[in-house]
Design a binder for this molecule. Sequence first.
Ligand code: NDP
Ligand code: OXD
Length: 309
Amino acid sequence: MKLLLKNERHLIERWCNALHNRVPGLEVSTFPFVGDPAEVDVALVWEPPQGLLASMENLRLVISTGAGVDHILRDPSYPRHVPLVRMVDPGLTQGMVEYVVMATLLCTRRMHRTFANHANKVWQEEEVPLATDCKVGIMGIGVLGEACASALLGMGYNVMGWSRSPKQLDGVETYHGINGLEMFLNRAEVLVCLLPLTPETEGILGRGTFNRLPQGAAVINAGRGAHLVEEDLLAALERGRVEVAVLDVFQEEPLPPDNPLWEHPNVFVTPHIAAVTTPETAIFSVADAIDELRHGQPLSNQVDLEQGY
Ligand code: NDP
Ligand code: OXD
């Protein structure tokens, strides 16, 4: 069986070692591929160039090294008969839990105010609520959202979740669909976006959403940059509807130096590092997918191409 690996350059050697150690008998080639594309059975990819996957006429499986698959499905030539498996990995989940807990604490402890005081050598106590007095709303309570909900609950936060289909999670107030959105937003003092990017969710963090939040809310986006309408966030910050934002993902990455989000005193910017896939933990899920393919078994974590996630 032949696998083509397309990943960030600095991770190639680690992925090759992990594949070699965990999937015996697999022949691994790296992008740019030299050889006959018809010989490739499996593609393990992050941001494949348009047309790459379609050029492999005997491809049997595509595995995303990320949890999101928008970087693959944005290619209109994606061969839709080929199953797509996304990354579900305990390392990735742990990373996201740490990021969301950190970002939620930054917001509810009003650290933007304290850091500004620090910069000006101002010794001033800021009144901050306890977690038990804060309500966090998580948009997207899938693998990552559910783990974050559980960690935040453990810290005493009141947690709500919003999903496409109805869900029941112990201790979490759940809402779903467009009909449940308004009530969810009205109560979300901290809004966390962990949605996949699909045509339905693009631009969801925009004016309409911000206007429904309580005055002085916090917004944390660790989903995708295209969820957020950046100008609408800046306007909501201006009006005080949103007091603080923690952003990990952007319309354009790297975030251009002239983007006003860099300089906004109430915006924390991180460079798409909320959760990073590490080959050493992610390889188990890759090995499982290849094993399932080899044995003709149903694939775990297969993406529903109609839903786009
Ligand atoms: P999952 O597929 O497990 O969960 C997705 C959740 O979003 C589900 O609860 C789903 O609802 C919900 N959802 C999807 N579409 C809609 C919609 N139209 N309306 C309401 N809810 C919707 O994904 P993961 O938790 O594994 O990952 C989520 C996203 O996080 C990824 O797609 C990626 O974009 C982002 N990510 C970002 C990283 C970073 O470093 N910044 C790292 C890793 C992931 P339902 O339960 O009903 O299906
Ligand atoms: C992912 C990401 O989707 O890192 O896993 O953004």
